[in-house]
Design a protein around this ligand. Structure first.
Ligand code: NAD
Length: 341
């Protein structure tokens, strides 16, 4: 059994990582580290975890073979540095880092310690995303030339709906301060585009809209990517799609447009289909995230040293660079509100 320790027992750890680790053959969740003692105790009890710590030193000395970092993005770097010091391989949540330089530093530290560093792009492991990879490889729609990847949502709303519409949602604000929707969420779509096409991104152009004027980062963003193979990807991503409305709405779509057809994954309609000259073919629809699949890949990578489809730190660094620089580009060309000239 590979003994895993988890750093940061927040939202994604509770609904995604911890249950998936506990379901994965060959892995055991040995310890959690969480600086908030109340949350640490509650998570330890809820998931019947062997050991819980608010002290990182004791956590790293609790008999671990590998570590999962599910802390907020600004502290990924500090936790990866600790893991390197204690000699533990890491699976780190996305975005790997806040900047390309920080990602480079993390890669250097782990490489120096001769340890693997992987990034938790869970969307890759959806059976539907894996099927798209296979369809592209087998040229099911001919040459893929254009991707439209859309995720418009509200990041849980401007105000906390559970506590009434007057309680400000600090969680959404935090994500906006960390870089906004492209840096926080669009990294999944950028990763999918590179992975599906197997073609590096050679040019990225970011354009922003500010539904809430007070943020530095745009809360609705468009990204155009040119790939080395001549393909194009458009990512549209929003944290301001109905962020003030009572009943949340979202749009989640993948469309791959090829010389001989279209692949469509439409979460709103629950439809996954291939449209070709032979007609429309419905495929099994699966939700867009798959933590179990990611942990099966992590277990295999730790056991064999082969990363397979598990995203590497280099993938994380490239995607961080693109998301961050496109956001910075959008900020630099922000139009002035109310200007008609
Ligand atoms: N893959 C996905 O689908 C997905 C979904 C949501 C969030 N995420 C990512 O997961 C990470 C965590 O997001 P979240 O929504 O669970 O956040 P969260 O704020 O709910 O949880 C983070 C937890 O980390 C703890 N923490 C704070 N400082 C820490 C430190 N130095 N070391 C360890 N833990 C620390 C916090 O107390 C909190 O309990 C972020 O990087 C986020 O982008 C990924």
């Amino acid at each position: 059994m590979i003994r895993v320790g988890l750093m940061g027992a927040g939202v994604v750890a509770s609904y995604g990582h911890i249950p998936a680790i506990q379901r994965t053959p060959g892995l055991v969740l040995k310890s959690i580290f969480e600086p908030d003692s109340g949350r640490m105790m509650a998570t330890k009890a809820d998931f019947k975890v062997d050991q819980g710590f608010t002290d990182s030193d004791l956590f790293f000395r609790s008999g671990l073979d590998a570590v999962v970092v599910t802390s907020p993005a600004p502290v990924h770097v500090a936790n990866v540095e600790l893991a390197a010091r204690y000699g533990k391989p890491v699976l780190c949540e996305k975005p790997l880092a806040m900047t390309e330089a920080e990602a480079e530093h993390m890669i250097g530290v782990m490489r120096g310690a001769k340890l693997p560093l992987y990034v938790g792009f869970t969307y890759r492991f959806s059976p539907s995303a894996m099927e798209i990879k296979r369809l592209v490889r087998e040229r099911a729609i001919g040459e893929v030339r254009d991707l439209r990847l859309i995720y418009n949502w509200d990041c849980h709303g401007r105000c906390d709906r559970d506590q009434g519409m007057h309680v400000f949602n600090t969680r959404r604000q935090g994500r906006m301060d960390e870089g906004g929707p492209m840096v926080d969420c669009g990294v999944h779509q950028i990763d999918l585009a590179r992975w599906w096409l197997g073609s590096e991104i050679v040019r990225a152009t970011g354009v922003g809209a500010w539904v809430d004027a007070e943020h530095t980062a745009p809360d609705h963003m468009y990204l155009h990517l040119d790939h080395a193979g001549g393909q194009h990807t458009m990512v549209e991503i929003s944290y301001a799609y109905g962020h003030t409305i009572k009943e949340p709405r979202s749009q989640f779509l993948y469309e791959l447009i090829g010389t001989d057809g279209i692949i469509r994954y439409d979460r709103n309609a629950g439809v996954f289909e291939v449209l070709t000259p032979a007609g429309a073919r419905r495929l099994d629809y699966h939700e867009e995230k798959n933590f179990d699949g990611m942990y099966r890949a992590f277990e295999q990578a730790l056991r064999t040293g082969e990363h397979g489809d598990l995203p590497t730190a280099e993938d994380g660094m490239v995607v961080t660079r693109i998301a961050r620089s496109a956001t910075d580009q959008a900020i630099a060309s922000r139009p002035r509100l109310g200007s008609n000239a």
